[in-house]
Design a protein around this ligand. Structure first.
Ligand code: G3P
Ligand code: CA
Length: 393
């Protein structure tokens, strides 16, 4: 299994966590709480430099937008994240048949759009091997941008986030160029840049079918002035070679994503490189990453491992070791629901009910991380406010 692999609901593993039940979340649809009261006034480190060093730390990164409240990777999800005060808004990128970049977590769009209900596209259903995994469904590389634009986004995990299904069908799949224009508009309106965190998905697979991502991404970044070291964007990938390729094309800050310790990046598998993530988090591996990237994005379990019962164990030395190599850490992914939280912070038995997310954010912030991906940026911002102001949750 390669890194970041995620499957659509009902068919495959769900968000890397236990399969969820069907109860609705105990939340409102559009929380308005803002927790970023101390922009630029930081507990430590950043907040006083330029480029990404000017961001508040710990930085709250809206994972696929405010995906805890809206169908992921839609302009609605991105807008809500920004309105909540998220410091950075994430996009995952895959290509279309005609070479446009669109925002989806994976090229299989079966579980996050209404494509399966469109008779005009029934014949596009097919089986593909993506990063060594056989998948049957509908794939972005079989659609032109114009065709994809006729589809509508839907909630990935409707059984757990029933409230989000209210918004099914409301938004299109955004192209990355649309998102860049949206960010520019919002940046002008707010008088400060809108930060993006942009991931290349399955880069080796796409290069293999003639749809290389990095050159296309670099071209858009240049066109929109986000190709500089101090541009308001992070580039991220689970495949180190994608980040190395991007380093040749643009100067934007770069983050290497790290999945479970025993996993191997898919480009390593393809190239016969025997290293695993366990090798990359050793000082030698971190030194190698620091030669072409500014940060790492480890799964939270690489910061504090969980035992077989899901309880947190002893923190690793990864934060200290990465900082020693000059790397920042943007771990992923904090979600408010019990099913995603460490067992220490679950409340009650409903997997879809919220647990003590504030407590969980705090233990991760206490480790000295530089930022965190979360589906619930409003919760993350409030937790961050508690942390930087020294309040107990
Ligand atoms: O990119 C950070 C985090 O989003 C990685 O996980 O699978 O949600 O892209 P994934
Ligand atoms: Ca991502």
């Amino acid at each position: 299994m390669t890194q970041g692999a995620e499957r659509t609901p009902g068919r495959r593993t769900l968000l890397g966590a236990a399969v969820l039940g069907s109860a609705a979340l105990g939340i409102g649809g559009a929380p308005a709480a803002h927790g970023q009261e101390r922009h630029g006034d930081e507990a430590r480190g950043h907040g006083h430099g330029s480029g990404f060093r000017s961001l508040p730390v710990p930085t709250v990164i809206a994972h696929r937008g405010a995906s805890g409240y809206r169908p992921e990777h839609t302009l609605g999800s991105y807008q809500l994240a920004l309105d909540m005060g998220a410091h950075v808004v994430e996009q995952d990128l895959v290509p279309t048949k005609d070479g446009h970049l669109v925002c989806r977590h994976e090229n299989d769009i079966t579980g996050t759009t209404d494509v399966a209900s469109r008779p005009e596209f029934a014949s596009r259903r097919t089986t593909r091997s993506v990063d060594g995994i056989s998948l049957t469904g509908w794939f972005t590389e079989d659609f032109t941008l114009a065709e994809l634009k006729t589809l509508r986004a839907t909630e990935r995990i409707p059984a757990s986030r029933q409230e989000n299904t209210l918004y099914d069908g409301r938004w299109e799949i955004p192209s990355f160029e649309e998102v860049l224009r949206w960010a520019e508009r919002e940046g002008r309106r707010r008088g400060r840049p809108v930060w993006l965190h942009v991931e290349t998905k399955h880069p080796t697979y796409f290069r293999g079918i003639g749809l290389g991502l990095e050159e296309r991404l670099a071209k858009l970044l240049r066109r929109h002035g986000r190709h500089r070291a101090n541009s308001a964007v992070f580039l991220q990938s689970f495949e180190p070679s994608s980040i190395q390729r991007l380093a040749e094309l643009v100067d934007s800050p770069r983050v290497v994503l790290l999945s479970g310790a025993s996993s191997r990046p898919w480009d390593f598998v393809q190239a016969g490189d025997p290293r695993t993530v366990a090798d990359l988090v050793k000082p030698e591996g971190l030194r190698w990453i620091a030669s072409y990237a500014q940060g790492i994005g480890p799964t939270l379990d690489l910061i504090i491992p969980r035992d077989a019962s899901g309880r947190l164990g002893t923190p690793t030395t990864l934060v200290r070791d990465a900082h020693a190599k000059g790397l920042i850490l943007h771990p992923y992914t904090m979600r408010n629901e019990n099913s995603f939280l460490p067992a220490d912070f679950r409340r009650g038995t409903d997997p879809n009910a919220y647990g003590d997310a504030f407590g969980a954010f705090k233990v991760y912030f206490d480790q000295g991380i530089d930022g965190i991906f979360t589906d619930n940026p409003d919760t993350g911002l409030l937790a961050r406010g508690d942390f930087v102001n020294g309040r107990r949750p």
